[in-house]
Design a protein around this ligand. Structure first.
Ligand code: ADP
Ligand code: MG
Ligand code: MG
Length: 885
């Protein structure tokens, strides 16, 4: 197949490979596309991404066939333009541009004006009749080529330009005359010769091949690799090279260059948006050398700017551009981001691509385009990145407000929050109770901090990654979180801390931006999320399109309320243990755990019963009429135990046991591997009174809500960590027994289900048998991932990055389900469960329930619902719709 594709002029654009971004890159494919629909694109050719990989494979060498194909490409451009590369009298100039399948900042920069040398510059001056333009182009070329191809520090050139300006007392580049640019060019040539001990390459062929090599080499550059890793881009795509005839925006005042969007990328409004510069070349607009001007008159007037808009200054070229915008939108059926140049009044297009946009703009454009009849609802749904909705679900910082950034860490959970620094969970809770907004700042968090995290508006940790305890819990709670901010150091004794170079004390106000990881001094104003309008419309379409239900993981009435307002159709996971950490319970919980005999445990549980019951009542009232999966106690008991001396003293007083005995009891309970230890249904088997109390609390609460409101939810009692049918058999009988007793006492009955979590490989394999005892399965994919991979979520942070870097895992398996491995177990369990019980309810409740790729997998397996944390519910609704389409 072809290694080089021509575009523009009378090139043949019919080979479908030429419009395939994976072959010709985004830039190359779209240049060919634009040329083939008759838009004014300067002619050129594209060397394919395949040749990039071959070149790198060969250790930086070009096979004969590629050399020949490039020569033919050059000939195509020369014939179309009617000029020859290196012709001293009338030279052709080209740009050499990189372009991968996905746009990748961090790759090689473009080289413009290639083909100039000491001779051709004279020819260009003569044919253009503009020596100033010719020398300006040559000095630009030397600077760019030296920077990107020869690796010479561009600062040297900028310095020389600065000196030239100062010597002549010029304020701006526009004051420079031909002789100044010429003198500067000679200066530049000297710099190059000094730096590399040989003159700047005068041979145009050598220039061209040097630039092509630099583009290909840049694929393997460190910064490109890092960018790919951060953005989940595979390393084996390669980049294409585009060589294209130059058009000149720097040929005087009837020439210009600019970038434009066919709609406003930040609001989504259907108005042209862009910037342009008179008498300039491409990179000037973005480089900020001169302040660009507004594209449209309306914008200029709105901004009160006095330099004319393009609409006013170049009405003809602008009219042409507006026509092109329309054409491109109709052709691509999406908002386009365009680069253009006007050469002496004539418009040329240099690039088009689907424009990046904010989530808000994405929704507005989708709704508008459906109304305009440009796209259908299905396309609209598929076009919106579910994860981007996150931006809209949390209050965000006012983009116009000033920020005093102290340090930054990982953007662990999106959203923005301001509040007083609290250095421990209890303080956070106390201050929150008296009505203060609090930011919990910890070295790292543990399950003991949950109440403080809940009370806080945001969480900042000095250590820990994107899947650290703080990050996972914060995302679950919808709290903004910045984790692993190594610029934070805490002095617990003095109750002070340093953030970056600032000295702060507990109680000082800071602001977190969980979307980019910034930590700021003081309060930065926020704006509230808006879930009406376009957002609601798109969600409506998504709900029509999806098959799976969407539930939420929630354990407080507030979470339930938030989740319902986001469209949750039930609770997929209510973790009862989180209710045990509250300050007013933890004592009774500890008493229960540390009791040496059953009667002691029962006494402590009796104190917990009313608390737990009222928790459930509050939740059930929010969830009337909806299914609620409630998981009985799951974590290893040691998570609840006291650690500090103060804790022990307090506990000794409450239990009447002496501190020594308490400490001994705690030591007895120590486990080497608690995650595989005495937890989940194993607690229910050995201490049935715990599950009895919980079941009683659930049923009493349902009955109470039923009586009070006439509408109860459907409780689904879920037994965790089951490995065998017999475990479930015993515990189901226990739940049924309690239910009957409560119904009798209350003189009423409610419907309920008993089922299990599938989170052990054995349970997945034995699902056929287990289904005899289970009315539903909920895939606990957090633990199922841990137990299948033998990988501890709490410890994997140390090496997971390396694993992802080395391509062992494509993504963090705790964030996105390991479909090949863990997914297989889910599939087996679903299949075998259904064989036994045709109407078994199947759902997923791990973190993966809010991850679009994992949701797509759930659709494939035919699960009945996914469950996600409240703030991920809209994401899950959209992702479920996309999966169904
Ligand atoms: P990037 O991917 O960084 O945008 P580009 O290859 O698109 O790099 O080029 C950078 C700038 O140079 C753009 O503004 C583009 O319009 C301009 N440019 C590229 N090729 C040409 C050309 N043949 N004639 C005029 N300007 C060009
Ligand atoms: Mg570009
Ligand atoms: Mg679990």
């Amino acid at each position: 197949s072809q290694t080089v594709y021509h575009f523009g002029g009378n090139a043949d654009h019919s080979d479908p490979r030429q419009k395939d971004k994976t072959i010709t890159g985004g830039k190359g494919a779209n240049l060919a596309e634009m040329a083939s629909i008759g838009l004014p694109v300067p002619p050129g050719f594209t060397i394919t991404t395949e040749e990039c990989l071959r070149y790198l494979d060969l250790g930086g060498d070009f096979p004969e066939d590629v050399r020949n194909a490039v020569a033919k490409g050059v000939a195509h451009v020369e014939q179309t333009v009617g000029k020859t590369l290196g012709d001293a009298a009338d030279p052709l100039l080209v740009s050499v541009r990189s372009g991968a399948a996905v746009s990748m900042p961090g790759m090689m920069d473009t080289v413009l004006n290639l083909g100039l040398n000491d001779e051709t510059v004279q020819g260009l001056a003569k044919t253009s009749g503009d020596a100033r333009f010719a020398w300006d182009s040559y000095r630009r070329f030397i600077q760019m080529y030296s920077d990107v191809v020869l690796g010479i520090d561009h600062g040297l050139f900028e310095e020389a330009l600065e000196i030239m300006r100062e010597d002549n007392g010029f304020y701006s580049d526009t004051e420079m005359e031909a002789q100044h640019w010429e003198a500067l060019t000679r200066e530049y040539l000297k710099i190059v010769e000094n730096e590399q001990d040989k003159p700047f390459p005068q041979d145009v062929d050598a220039q061209l091949w040097g630039a092509i090599r630099a583009v290909f080499d840049s694929w393997d550059s460190e910064r490109a690799k890092i960018y790919r890793r951060l953005n989940d881009i595979p390393h084996d795509l390669g980049t294409a090279v585009n060589v294209q005839a130059m058009v000149f925006g720097n040929m005087g005042d009837s020439s210009a260059t600019g970038v434009a969007f066919t709609r406003d990328p930040s609001t989504g409004e259907n108005v042209f948006y862009g910037e342009w510069l008179v008498n300039a070349q491409g990179e000037d607009v973005v480089a900020g050398i001169r302040t660009p001007q507004y594209l449209t008159r309306a914008r200029r007037e709105e901004a009160g700017a006095d330099k004319p808009s393009m609409e006013e200054a170049m009405p003809d070229a602008y009219g042409e551009l507006a026509r092109v915008f329309d054409l491109l939108e109709k052709h691509y059926k999406d908002m386009q981001d365009i680069e253009f140049t006007v050469q002496q009044g004539q418009l040329f297009l240099l690039q088009t691509r689907t424009g990046k946009r904010t989530a808000k703009a994405a929704l507005k454009m989708a709704v508008d385009m459906v109304e305009e009849g440009l796209i259908d609802e299905k396309t609209a749904i598929l076009r919106i990145d579910p994860m981007a909705l996150d931006q809209l679900l949390h209050p965000t910082l006012d983009p116009d407000a000033p920020r005093d950034v102290l340090t930054s860490g990982l953007p662990a959970s999106p959203g923005a929050a301001s509040g007083k620094i609290a250095l421990d969970a209890d303080t956070a809770e106390q201050w929150a109770n008296r009505g203060d907004a609090v930011i919990l700042v910890r070295v790292e968090t543990s399950p003991e901090d949950i109440h403080g995290m809940h009370a806080a508006k945001g969480i900042l940790t000095a250590r820990g990654g994107m899947t650290s305890h703080a990050a996972v819990v914060a995302r679950g709670m919808g709290r903004p979180c910045v984790s692993g901010a190594s610029g934070v150091s805490i002095d617990r004794q003095e109750r002070t801390l340093r953030i970056g170079s600032a000295e702060l004390a507990e109680g000082d106000v800071i602001t977190l931006d969980g979307g980019n990881g910034q930590v700021m001094r003081g309060q930065v104003p926020t704006i509230e999320p808006e879930l009406a309008g376009d957002f609601a419309r798109v969600m409506e379409w998504a709900d029509k399109a999806r098959r799976m239900g969407v539930r939420t993981n929630a354990e407080t009435p507030e979470d339930c309320k938030a989740a319902r307002s986001f469209g949750a159709e039930g609770i997929g996971l209510c973790r009862t243990e989180h209710m045990f950490f509250d300050a007013d319970r933890i004592m009774a919980v500890r008493e229960m755990i540390l009791a040496e005999r059953e009667d002691g445990r029962r006494a402590a549980l009796a104190k917990l019963l009313p608390e737990q019951r009222s928790d459930f009542e509050a939740i059930f009232e929010e969830m009337a009429g909806l299914p609620c999966t409630i998981r009985l106690l799951d974590p290893p008991l040691h998570e609840f135990l006291p650690s500090g001396d103060g804790d022990f003293a307090e506990l000794a007083e409450a239990t009447g046991m002496d501190t020594k005995r308490l400490k001994r009891r705690v030591a007895e309970l120590h486990e080497f591997n608690p995650m595989l230890g005495h937890r989940g249904c194993r607690l229910g088997i050995t201490y049935p009174e715990i599950y009895e109390m919980q079941a009683r609390a659930i049923f009493e609460a349902v009955c109470a809500v039923q009586k009070k409101t006439g509408e109860a939810p459907l409780p689904e009692v879920m037994i965790p960590l089951v490995a065998t049918k017999r475990e479930l058999e015993i515990l189901r009988a226990l739940v049924n027994r309690v239910a009957e007793k409560v119904f009798e006492e209350q003189g009423t009955r409610v419907e309920y289900l008993v089922g299990t979590m599938i989170e052990l490989p054995r349970a997945a394999l034995m699902a056929g048998e287990i289904a005899e005892e289970a009315r539903f399965f909920s895939f606990g994919t957090n633990d199922l991932t841990q137990t299948t991979l033998g990988l501890s979520r709490d410890d994997a942070g140390r090496f997971l990055n390396t694993y992802v870097d080395r391509g062992i895992f494509a993504r963090d398996p705790f964030v996105s389900l390991d479909i090949d491995g863990v997914g297989q177990l889910v599939e087996i369990a679903a299949e075998r469960g259904r064989e036994t019980r045709g109407d078994i309810k199947l759902g997923i409740c791990g973190e993966h329930g809010g991850d679009p790729a994992s949701i797509a997998f759930c659709e494939k397996v035919g699960l009945d619902y996914v469950s996600a944390s409240p703030f991920r519910v809209p994401i899950a609704r959209l992702a479920a719709a996309q999966a169904a389409l």
